[in-house]
Write a protein that binds this ligand. Structure first.
Ligand code: DNO
Length: 354
């Protein structure tokens, strides 16, 4: 596996020198943030990222994300031209050494949480989603402003967008995903890039907005649209794992065996009875996901893709971007390293014994 760490560019309060000090750290996961979704990434910006990352002894070979504009997901008249731009961004990334690009096909919002700094008993804070705080809210009527939601839309624009997606429905969204994949995957193949789709977070519909990258059946469907080694998953244990219907170690084993996981986001969540969830420390005992089983499944299937510790809590008084502080993600990386070392050595000894 290739250990990596997300970094938000020069404005990220976490310095690259610190990231480099985490044992076994290899790649920095980043993106060009100075242009809007749907615009071509300036080559100087991609090269600039590569240069600063390399100057700090790390590698820039994985991008998260090249965002998919709403017009593509909605299949408007602008979709074809924007897909062309998307393909050009794949080519440009490849030119500067990128091997994997993460994206998602979530309508309107990326992840949804009700609070970003819920304090736990030990004084750490983390992102949570409490169902009780969502109930009774109607995005078409109420002024909803959940943390993390894109502030660049006006309330009116959000209402229109949501209404358009509700009208489109799941099958409409599938149709637009299919059209998109049929265009981008051949380009990715040509450039030697793996496209890694991030699951919907959480993996079910909220406010009637369709969500499709949610469960095993739908991941199968997504992968079969373009049966290519370039059409891969960014398997996020926290996103898929905050629904009880997903068997995380089982799914990891299956898709890793198929060689269709390009990128692993390793994150812990604790699900409660009513389906609410809290993000927790990475260690298995802290939440609902058995991380040892996840890593064992990866090692036993010969996984050689990228891994990053996803969303850390805020600990030790750190201030910063919710989910993306240094300390708890570094603890996560160290823990994940340990699980891999143990599972890999066990595999080796097992071979010797037989
Ligand atoms: C959350 C992240 C996601 C992810 C995108 C990929 O912190 O895992 O925002 O980057 O969904 O496009």
């Amino acid at each position: 596996m290739k250990m990596s760490f997300r970094w938000y560019g020069k404005n990220d309060p976490v310095p690259l020198q610190y990231i480099r000090q985490i044992p076994n750290m290899r790649s920095v996961v980043s993106a060009v943030y100075d242009v809007k979704p749907g615009e071509v990434w300036p080559e100087e910006s991609i090269a600039g990222l590569r240069d600063i990352i390399e100057a700090n002894g790390l590698i820039f070979d994985i991008v998260e994300s090249v965002p998919v504009p709403e017009d593509i997901k909605l299949g408007t008249q602008k979709a074809d031209a924007l897909t062309e731009v998307y393909c050009e961004n794949i080519r440009r990334c490849a030119k500067y050494g990128i091997k994997c690009i993460t994206y998602n096909f979530m309508p309107v919002f990326d992840w949804t949480r009700t609070q970003l700094d819920k304090e736990a008993d030990d004084g750490s804070t983390s992102l949570v989603m409490y169902k009780s705080q969502l109930e009774g809210l109607d995005p078409l009527k109420d002024d909803i402003n959940l943390p993390g939601w894109d502030a660049s839309y006006s309330k009116e624009e959000i209402r229109t967008l949501i209404a358009d997606y509700v009208k489109l429905g799941e099958e409409g969204l599938w149709k637009n995903l299919e059209k998109f994949l049929k265009k981008i995957i051949p380009v990715a193949e040509e450039c030697g890039v793996k496209m890694a789709i991030h699951p919907d977070d959480p993996p079910y519909s909220i406010f009637g907005i369709p969500r499709i990258i949610t469960c095993e059946e739908n991941l199968d469907r997504m992968l079969s649209i373009a049966d290519s080694p370039a059409n891969c998953l960014c398997f996020c244990t926290g996103s898929l794992g905050c629904a009880k219907f997903n068997d995380i170690p089982g799914m990891v084993r299956k898709y890793s065996e198929m060689n269709r996981i390009a990128f692993m986001h390793i994150r812990q969540v604790k699900i409660s009875e009513d389906g609410s969830f809290e993000e927790r420390g990475h260690y298995s005992e802290c939440g609902s996901i058995d991380m040892y089983e996840v890593v064992k499944a990866l090692v036993e299937t010969g996984f050689d893709g990228y891994v990053r510790p996803d969303h850390g809590r805020m600990i030790w008084g750190e201030q910063g971007k919710a989910g993306y502080g240094l300390y708890d993600r570094a603890l996560g990386a160290a823990y994940i390293n340990g699980l891999f070392e143990a599972a890999e050595k066990e595999k080796k000894y097992e071979k010797k014994r037989n």
